[in-house]
Write a protein that binds this ligand. Structure first.
Ligand code: ARG
Length: 233
């Protein structure tokens, strides 16, 4: 329609990039729909701003590049707001903090980072854990296997092709519970919280931060955290 009211209803489409391989933040339902904490939060934000949300799934490692090339308006992918990334993208207010964890098979004898010696550690390409593993490798001799998809880590672990999967604690805890695995906390890195990423200079950043601030205040974030079983760490 053409009425003014209708025009005001939608300012257009907001394109969000994600890497839907990281429950409970983002994954696919068996029917192929996006779901997760980030997905719910993105829908709320888009609605509040008057945009129609369109979600594009891509490799985690390509998300920052997509923002830089303006192929997406924002990224929500459980992405930690690191200083390094801030050289290339802008971040909103942080909406969740997760530590890091090493996930193993239930009967594994790998119980601390010292036991990683000679083992194969899987990471998702381009994550802070990928970088953290490379750092740790300077002290402990293990092999790193990097993969595009976060979900592949768990498959590789279950089939014994890697000994350990290194990922965000919030995600690790979900897998440990659901897939009967084990794991231990990472004492080596202290990462920043997760935030929405934007192309440098994007006007959306402040608008989205204001909404997240409001949601942190009014309990919306807590409600979503409860729904998706996020533990603050
Ligand atoms: N928090 C980590 C990082 O920012 C891992 C995020 C992986 N996200 C994903 N959707 N696979 O590097």
């Amino acid at each position: 329609g053409n009425s003014e009211a209708e025009q005001e209803e939608s300012k257009g489409t907001l394109i969000m990039g994600t890497s839907a391989d990281y429950p409970p933040f983002e994954s696919f339902t068996p029917e192929g729909e996006f779901e997760g904490f980030d997905i719910d939060l993105a829908h709320l934000i888009a609605e509040e701003l008057g945009y129609e949300l369109k979600i594009k799934d891509m490799k985690f490692d390509g998300l920052v590049g997509s923002l830089q090339a303006d192929r997406v308006d924002m990224v929500m992918a459980g992405m930690s707001a690191t200083e390094e990334r801030q050289e290339n993208v802008d971040f909103s207010t942080e909406y969740h903090h997760s530590g890091e964890m090493f996930v193993t098979a239930k009967d594994s004898n790998i119980k601390s980072i010292d036991d990683l010696e000679g083992k194969i550690v899987g990471v998702q390409l381009g994550t802070i854990q990928h970088e953290g593993a490379e750092e740790l490798q300077k002290e402990i001799d293990f092999e790193i296997k990097s993969m595009d998809q976060g979900s592949t880590l768990i498959q590789e672990l279950k089939s014994g092709r890697i000994d350990v999967g290194y990922m965000d604690k919030t995600v690790a805890e979900g897998y440990i519970k659901e897939q009967d695995l084990a794991g231990f906390d990472d004492p080596t890195i202290s990462s920043p919280g997760m935030a929405v990423a934007f192309p440098k200079g994007s006007e959306l950043k402040d608008e989205v931060s204001a909404i997240i601030d409001e949601y942190l205040e009014d309990g919306t974030i807590d409600e979503l955290a409860e729904k998706w079983e996020l533990n603050e760490d």
